[in-house]
Design a protein around this ligand. Structure first.
Ligand SMILES: NC(=O)c1ccc[n+]([C@@H]2O[C@H](COP(=O)([O-])OP(=O)(O)OC[C@H]3O[C@@H](n4cnc5c(N)ncnc54)[C@H](O)[C@@H]3O)[C@@H](O)[C@H]2O)c1
Length: 337
Protein backbone atom coordinates (compact mmCIF):
# COMPACT_ATOMS: atom_id res chain seq x y z
CA UNK A 1 0.00 0.00 0.00
CA UNK A 2 1.09 3.53 -0.75
CA UNK A 3 0.25 5.91 2.09
CA UNK A 4 -0.82 9.28 0.74
CA UNK A 5 -1.57 12.71 2.21
CA UNK A 6 -3.23 15.74 0.58
CA UNK A 7 -2.31 19.34 1.48
CA UNK A 8 -5.17 21.74 0.60
CA UNK A 9 -8.59 20.09 0.36
CA UNK A 10 -10.57 22.72 -1.55
CA UNK A 11 -12.16 21.94 -4.91
CA UNK A 12 -9.19 20.31 -6.62
CA UNK A 13 -7.83 18.73 -3.43
CA UNK A 14 -11.14 16.86 -3.09
CA UNK A 15 -10.78 15.67 -6.69
CA UNK A 16 -7.36 14.25 -5.72
CA UNK A 17 -8.99 12.54 -2.74
CA UNK A 18 -11.72 10.96 -4.91
CA UNK A 19 -9.14 9.71 -7.40
CA UNK A 20 -6.81 8.29 -4.72
CA UNK A 21 -9.75 6.63 -2.94
CA UNK A 22 -10.65 4.79 -6.15
CA UNK A 23 -7.20 3.12 -6.28
CA UNK A 24 -6.94 -0.15 -4.34
CA UNK A 25 -3.17 0.23 -3.86
CA UNK A 26 -3.55 3.61 -2.10
CA UNK A 27 -4.44 4.42 1.50
CA UNK A 28 -5.32 8.07 2.06
CA UNK A 29 -3.88 8.44 5.54
CA UNK A 30 -4.10 12.18 6.19
CA UNK A 31 -5.16 15.60 4.96
CA UNK A 32 -4.05 19.11 5.89
CA UNK A 33 -5.88 22.41 5.42
CA UNK A 34 -5.72 25.73 7.25
CA UNK A 35 -9.52 25.96 7.07
CA UNK A 36 -10.65 23.95 10.13
CA UNK A 37 -14.29 23.65 9.12
CA UNK A 38 -13.38 22.36 5.65
CA UNK A 39 -10.83 19.98 7.19
CA UNK A 40 -13.54 18.43 9.39
CA UNK A 41 -16.19 18.29 6.66
CA UNK A 42 -13.89 16.77 4.05
CA UNK A 43 -12.27 14.42 6.58
CA UNK A 44 -15.72 13.10 7.54
CA UNK A 45 -16.96 12.85 3.94
CA UNK A 46 -13.95 10.82 2.77
CA UNK A 47 -13.32 8.99 6.09
CA UNK A 48 -9.74 10.24 6.47
CA UNK A 49 -8.21 9.40 9.88
CA UNK A 50 -5.39 12.00 10.04
CA UNK A 51 -6.43 15.68 9.96
CA UNK A 52 -4.05 18.60 10.44
CA UNK A 53 -4.27 22.36 10.21
CA UNK A 54 -0.47 22.44 9.87
CA UNK A 55 0.98 20.31 7.07
CA UNK A 56 4.37 20.29 8.82
CA UNK A 57 2.82 18.43 11.74
CA UNK A 58 1.21 15.99 9.28
CA UNK A 59 4.59 15.31 7.66
CA UNK A 60 6.19 14.81 11.06
CA UNK A 61 3.56 12.50 12.57
CA UNK A 62 2.35 10.41 9.61
CA UNK A 63 4.49 7.86 7.80
CA UNK A 64 3.63 8.97 4.25
CA UNK A 65 5.05 7.77 0.92
CA UNK A 66 3.54 10.53 -1.21
CA UNK A 67 1.72 13.84 -0.90
CA UNK A 68 -0.43 15.96 -3.22
CA UNK A 69 0.09 19.71 -2.88
CA UNK A 70 -3.19 21.39 -3.84
CA UNK A 71 -2.96 24.83 -2.23
CA UNK A 72 -3.68 28.05 -4.21
CA UNK A 73 -1.31 28.89 -7.13
CA UNK A 74 1.12 31.18 -5.21
CA UNK A 75 1.28 28.85 -2.17
CA UNK A 76 2.89 25.69 -3.57
CA UNK A 77 6.50 26.42 -2.63
CA UNK A 78 6.55 25.98 1.15
CA UNK A 79 4.60 22.68 1.26
CA UNK A 80 6.66 21.26 -1.62
CA UNK A 81 9.92 22.21 0.15
CA UNK A 82 8.64 20.64 3.39
CA UNK A 83 7.63 17.43 1.56
CA UNK A 84 11.07 17.21 -0.06
CA UNK A 85 12.67 17.65 3.34
CA UNK A 86 10.43 14.89 4.75
CA UNK A 87 11.50 12.67 1.80
CA UNK A 88 8.02 11.99 0.44
CA UNK A 89 7.19 11.92 -3.28
CA UNK A 90 5.26 14.96 -4.48
CA UNK A 91 2.39 15.54 -6.88
CA UNK A 92 2.15 19.34 -7.11
CA UNK A 93 -0.76 21.03 -8.82
CA UNK A 94 -0.12 23.25 -11.82
CA UNK A 95 1.34 25.85 -12.03
CA UNK A 96 4.41 24.58 -10.19
CA UNK A 97 4.81 28.17 -8.91
CA UNK A 98 4.04 31.75 -9.84
CA UNK A 99 7.69 32.86 -9.85
CA UNK A 100 10.71 31.34 -11.58
CA UNK A 101 12.71 31.64 -8.35
CA UNK A 102 10.17 29.50 -6.43
CA UNK A 103 9.99 26.90 -9.20
CA UNK A 104 13.79 26.60 -9.39
CA UNK A 105 14.06 26.13 -5.62
CA UNK A 106 11.34 23.44 -5.64
CA UNK A 107 12.96 21.43 -8.46
CA UNK A 108 16.35 21.70 -6.74
CA UNK A 109 14.94 20.59 -3.37
CA UNK A 110 13.15 17.54 -4.85
CA UNK A 111 16.19 16.49 -6.86
CA UNK A 112 18.61 16.79 -3.95
CA UNK A 113 16.21 14.90 -1.63
CA UNK A 114 15.89 12.14 -4.25
CA UNK A 115 12.06 12.30 -4.33
CA UNK A 116 9.79 12.38 -7.36
CA UNK A 117 8.19 15.70 -8.24
CA UNK A 118 5.31 15.47 -10.72
CA UNK A 119 3.37 18.56 -11.81
CA UNK A 120 -0.28 17.79 -12.42
CA UNK A 121 -0.46 18.74 -16.10
CA UNK A 122 -3.60 16.62 -16.20
CA UNK A 123 -4.55 17.81 -19.72
CA UNK A 124 -1.90 15.45 -21.11
CA UNK A 125 -4.26 12.62 -20.15
CA UNK A 126 -7.25 13.99 -22.10
CA UNK A 127 -8.29 11.49 -24.78
CA UNK A 128 -7.92 14.02 -27.61
CA UNK A 129 -4.40 14.97 -26.43
CA UNK A 130 -3.34 11.31 -26.30
CA UNK A 131 -4.77 10.67 -29.80
CA UNK A 132 -3.02 13.75 -31.21
CA UNK A 133 0.29 12.78 -29.56
CA UNK A 134 0.05 9.31 -31.13
CA UNK A 135 -0.78 10.71 -34.59
CA UNK A 136 2.31 12.97 -34.35
CA UNK A 137 4.53 10.10 -33.20
CA UNK A 138 3.21 7.84 -35.97
CA UNK A 139 4.22 10.50 -38.53
CA UNK A 140 0.67 10.96 -39.84
CA UNK A 141 0.82 14.76 -39.75
CA UNK A 142 4.39 15.71 -40.68
CA UNK A 143 6.37 18.33 -38.79
CA UNK A 144 4.65 20.75 -36.36
CA UNK A 145 4.47 24.38 -37.49
CA UNK A 146 1.95 26.39 -35.50
CA UNK A 147 -0.44 26.02 -32.56
CA UNK A 148 -3.40 28.14 -31.54
CA UNK A 149 -4.71 27.38 -28.05
CA UNK A 150 -7.62 29.06 -26.33
CA UNK A 151 -8.52 28.23 -22.74
CA UNK A 152 -10.93 30.62 -21.07
CA UNK A 153 -13.43 30.70 -18.21
CA UNK A 154 -16.69 32.43 -17.45
CA UNK A 155 -16.49 35.29 -14.95
CA UNK A 156 -17.82 32.96 -12.22
CA UNK A 157 -14.32 31.47 -11.88
CA UNK A 158 -12.46 34.62 -10.70
CA UNK A 159 -15.47 36.16 -8.93
CA UNK A 160 -16.99 33.03 -7.33
CA UNK A 161 -14.97 29.84 -7.42
CA UNK A 162 -11.59 31.54 -6.79
CA UNK A 163 -12.89 34.67 -5.09
CA UNK A 164 -10.54 34.17 -2.11
CA UNK A 165 -7.36 34.29 -4.19
CA UNK A 166 -8.06 35.24 -7.85
CA UNK A 167 -6.14 38.50 -7.44
CA UNK A 168 -3.09 36.53 -6.24
CA UNK A 169 -2.72 34.65 -9.53
CA UNK A 170 -2.91 35.56 -13.21
CA UNK A 171 -4.35 33.83 -16.26
CA UNK A 172 -0.95 32.71 -17.59
CA UNK A 173 -0.47 30.70 -14.36
CA UNK A 174 -4.05 29.53 -13.82
CA UNK A 175 -4.98 28.62 -17.42
CA UNK A 176 -2.09 29.10 -19.86
CA UNK A 177 0.11 26.78 -17.78
CA UNK A 178 -2.13 24.02 -19.24
CA UNK A 179 -2.03 25.23 -22.86
CA UNK A 180 1.69 26.07 -22.83
CA UNK A 181 2.36 22.58 -21.47
CA UNK A 182 0.04 21.00 -24.06
CA UNK A 183 1.97 22.64 -26.90
CA UNK A 184 5.38 21.74 -25.40
CA UNK A 185 4.19 18.15 -24.87
CA UNK A 186 2.95 17.78 -28.45
CA UNK A 187 5.50 19.86 -30.38
CA UNK A 188 8.64 19.80 -28.20
CA UNK A 189 10.97 22.81 -28.16
CA UNK A 190 11.83 25.47 -25.63
CA UNK A 191 10.24 28.92 -25.55
CA UNK A 192 12.77 31.59 -26.54
CA UNK A 193 10.75 34.73 -27.22
CA UNK A 194 7.39 35.96 -25.94
CA UNK A 195 5.22 38.89 -26.93
CA UNK A 196 1.99 39.35 -25.06
CA UNK A 197 -0.71 41.88 -24.26
CA UNK A 198 -3.27 42.02 -21.46
CA UNK A 199 -6.01 44.41 -20.39
CA UNK A 200 -7.54 45.12 -16.98
CA UNK A 201 -11.03 46.56 -16.98
CA UNK A 202 -13.91 44.38 -15.84
CA UNK A 203 -12.30 42.48 -12.93
CA UNK A 204 -10.33 45.51 -11.74
CA UNK A 205 -13.60 47.45 -11.67
CA UNK A 206 -14.99 44.75 -9.36
CA UNK A 207 -12.01 45.05 -6.97
CA UNK A 208 -10.20 41.93 -8.27
CA UNK A 209 -6.82 43.17 -9.40
CA UNK A 210 -5.92 40.75 -12.17
CA UNK A 211 -6.17 41.20 -15.97
CA UNK A 212 -9.35 40.20 -17.86
CA UNK A 213 -7.47 38.54 -20.72
CA UNK A 214 -4.02 37.79 -22.13
CA UNK A 215 -3.07 37.15 -25.75
CA UNK A 216 0.47 35.82 -26.21
CA UNK A 217 2.68 34.82 -29.12
CA UNK A 218 5.48 32.44 -28.14
CA UNK A 219 8.38 31.45 -30.40
CA UNK A 220 10.10 28.14 -29.66
CA UNK A 221 13.71 27.17 -30.41
CA UNK A 222 12.56 24.51 -32.91
CA UNK A 223 10.86 27.18 -35.04
CA UNK A 224 7.27 26.53 -34.00
CA UNK A 225 5.00 29.37 -32.96
CA UNK A 226 2.31 29.16 -30.28
CA UNK A 227 -0.59 31.61 -30.12
CA UNK A 228 -2.16 31.47 -26.64
CA UNK A 229 -5.34 33.19 -25.55
CA UNK A 230 -7.07 33.13 -22.15
CA UNK A 231 -9.94 35.22 -20.87
CA UNK A 232 -11.64 35.40 -17.46
CA UNK A 233 -14.70 37.53 -18.15
CA UNK A 234 -16.92 35.42 -20.42
CA UNK A 235 -20.58 35.78 -19.39
CA UNK A 236 -22.08 33.31 -16.94
CA UNK A 237 -24.89 32.61 -19.42
CA UNK A 238 -22.48 30.39 -21.39
CA UNK A 239 -23.44 26.74 -20.96
CA UNK A 240 -20.00 25.69 -19.67
CA UNK A 241 -17.50 27.53 -17.42
CA UNK A 242 -14.69 26.42 -19.78
CA UNK A 243 -14.12 27.46 -23.40
CA UNK A 244 -11.30 25.40 -24.90
CA UNK A 245 -10.18 25.16 -28.51
CA UNK A 246 -6.97 24.17 -30.29
CA UNK A 247 -5.83 24.39 -33.91
CA UNK A 248 -2.61 22.56 -34.67
CA UNK A 249 -0.94 23.01 -38.05
CA UNK A 250 1.67 20.58 -39.40
CA UNK A 251 3.60 20.30 -42.68
CA UNK A 252 1.27 17.48 -43.78
CA UNK A 253 -1.88 17.88 -41.76
CA UNK A 254 -3.98 19.70 -39.21
CA UNK A 255 -5.78 18.82 -35.96
CA UNK A 256 -8.75 20.84 -34.68
CA UNK A 257 -10.01 20.35 -31.14
CA UNK A 258 -13.17 21.89 -29.73
CA UNK A 259 -13.65 20.70 -26.14
CA UNK A 260 -17.34 21.65 -26.29
CA UNK A 261 -17.89 18.92 -28.89
CA UNK A 262 -16.81 16.29 -26.35
CA UNK A 263 -19.58 17.25 -23.93
CA UNK A 264 -23.25 16.39 -23.59
CA UNK A 265 -25.90 19.07 -23.96
CA UNK A 266 -28.41 19.09 -21.12
CA UNK A 267 -31.51 21.25 -21.07
CA UNK A 268 -33.82 21.35 -18.04
CA UNK A 269 -36.73 23.70 -17.28
CA UNK A 270 -34.31 26.13 -15.63
CA UNK A 271 -30.95 25.77 -17.41
CA UNK A 272 -29.04 24.76 -20.49
CA UNK A 273 -25.59 23.29 -19.79
CA UNK A 274 -22.89 21.26 -21.52
CA UNK A 275 -21.28 19.27 -18.68
CA UNK A 276 -17.76 18.00 -19.39
CA UNK A 277 -17.30 14.32 -20.14
CA UNK A 278 -13.49 14.25 -20.19
CA UNK A 279 -13.54 13.76 -16.40
CA UNK A 280 -16.70 12.30 -14.98
CA UNK A 281 -18.20 10.25 -12.22
CA UNK A 282 -19.24 6.93 -13.76
CA UNK A 283 -21.56 5.23 -11.25
CA UNK A 284 -19.54 6.53 -8.29
CA UNK A 285 -16.07 6.01 -9.79
CA UNK A 286 -13.95 8.96 -11.05
CA UNK A 287 -13.01 8.36 -14.69
CA UNK A 288 -11.09 10.50 -17.14
CA UNK A 289 -8.06 12.75 -17.40
CA UNK A 290 -7.53 13.81 -13.77
CA UNK A 291 -8.00 10.22 -12.54
CA UNK A 292 -5.52 9.01 -15.17
CA UNK A 293 -2.91 11.65 -14.21
CA UNK A 294 -3.17 10.65 -10.54
CA UNK A 295 -3.00 6.95 -11.44
CA UNK A 296 0.19 7.71 -13.41
CA UNK A 297 1.74 9.40 -10.36
CA UNK A 298 0.88 6.43 -8.12
CA UNK A 299 2.29 4.02 -10.71
CA UNK A 300 5.55 6.04 -10.85
CA UNK A 301 5.86 5.92 -7.05
CA UNK A 302 5.06 2.19 -6.90
CA UNK A 303 7.31 1.18 -9.79
CA UNK A 304 10.03 3.81 -9.18
CA UNK A 305 9.58 5.45 -12.59
CA UNK A 306 10.12 9.08 -13.61
CA UNK A 307 6.73 10.85 -14.07
CA UNK A 308 5.95 12.16 -17.57
CA UNK A 309 5.20 15.64 -16.24
CA UNK A 310 8.32 16.38 -14.21
CA UNK A 311 9.38 19.27 -12.00
CA UNK A 312 11.64 20.40 -14.87
CA UNK A 313 8.58 20.53 -17.19
CA UNK A 314 6.81 22.57 -14.53
CA UNK A 315 9.77 24.96 -14.26
CA UNK A 316 9.94 25.44 -18.04
CA UNK A 317 6.22 26.27 -18.13
CA UNK A 318 6.62 28.74 -15.23
CA UNK A 319 9.48 30.44 -17.14
CA UNK A 320 7.25 30.87 -20.20
CA UNK A 321 4.20 32.01 -18.21
CA UNK A 322 6.26 34.47 -16.16
CA UNK A 323 7.63 35.88 -19.45
CA UNK A 324 4.05 36.25 -20.76
CA UNK A 325 3.17 38.30 -17.65
CA UNK A 326 6.39 40.34 -17.91
CA UNK A 327 5.92 41.09 -21.62
CA UNK A 328 2.34 42.28 -21.08
CA UNK A 329 3.39 44.49 -18.16
CA UNK A 330 6.44 45.93 -19.95
CA UNK A 331 4.69 46.31 -23.34
CA UNK A 332 7.60 44.71 -25.21
CA UNK A 333 8.85 41.28 -26.27
CA UNK A 334 10.76 39.26 -23.67
CA UNK A 335 13.65 36.94 -24.58
CA UNK A 336 14.08 33.80 -22.52
CA UNK A 337 17.60 32.60 -21.67
N1 LIG B 1 -4.90 20.27 -12.87
C1 LIG B 1 -6.09 20.85 -12.96
O1 LIG B 1 -6.81 20.60 -13.92
C2 LIG B 1 -6.54 21.81 -11.89
C3 LIG B 1 -7.91 22.15 -11.76
C4 LIG B 1 -8.28 23.02 -10.74
C5 LIG B 1 -7.33 23.57 -9.89
N2 LIG B 1 -6.02 23.25 -10.06
C6 LIG B 1 -4.98 23.83 -9.16
O2 LIG B 1 -5.18 23.32 -7.85
C7 LIG B 1 -4.77 24.29 -6.88
C8 LIG B 1 -5.90 24.51 -5.88
O3 LIG B 1 -7.02 25.05 -6.55
P1 LIG B 1 -8.50 24.93 -5.93
O4 LIG B 1 -9.43 25.35 -7.00
O5 LIG B 1 -8.68 23.62 -5.27
O6 LIG B 1 -8.44 26.07 -4.80
P2 LIG B 1 -9.33 26.16 -3.47
O7 LIG B 1 -9.28 27.57 -3.02
O8 LIG B 1 -10.68 25.53 -3.72
O9 LIG B 1 -8.56 25.22 -2.42
C9 LIG B 1 -7.31 25.55 -1.88
C10 LIG B 1 -7.28 24.99 -0.46
O10 LIG B 1 -5.96 25.17 0.07
C11 LIG B 1 -6.10 25.52 1.45
N3 LIG B 1 -4.84 26.16 1.91
C12 LIG B 1 -4.38 27.41 1.69
N4 LIG B 1 -3.18 27.59 2.29
C13 LIG B 1 -2.88 26.42 2.90
C14 LIG B 1 -1.78 25.96 3.68
N5 LIG B 1 -0.74 26.75 3.94
N6 LIG B 1 -1.83 24.71 4.18
C15 LIG B 1 -2.88 23.88 3.92
N7 LIG B 1 -3.95 24.27 3.18
C16 LIG B 1 -3.95 25.50 2.68
C17 LIG B 1 -7.32 26.45 1.47
O11 LIG B 1 -7.85 26.56 2.77
C18 LIG B 1 -8.23 25.71 0.51
O12 LIG B 1 -9.04 24.75 1.17
C19 LIG B 1 -4.40 25.55 -7.67
O13 LIG B 1 -3.00 25.62 -7.82
C20 LIG B 1 -5.05 25.34 -9.02
O14 LIG B 1 -4.39 26.00 -10.09
C21 LIG B 1 -5.62 22.39 -11.03
Amino acid sequence: MIRVGVIGVGLQGQTHLKCYKALSEVEVAAIADVNEERLREVGDRYCIPGRYTDYREMLEKERLDAVSVVTPDPLHRDPVMACAQAKVHILCEKPLATTVEDAEAMVRAARSAGVKLMVNFSNRWMSYMAMTKKAIEDGELGEPLYAYARLSNTIYVPTGMLKAWASRTKLPFWLMSHTVDRVRWLFGGKAVRVYSVARSKVLKGMGIDTPDFYAALVEFDNGIVGNFESCWVLPDTRPSIVDSKMELVFTKGNVSIDAQQTMIQKATESSYTVPGTLFADIYGRPVGFVAEAIRHFVECVREDKEPWASGEDGLEVVRTCAAIVESAEAGRPVELP
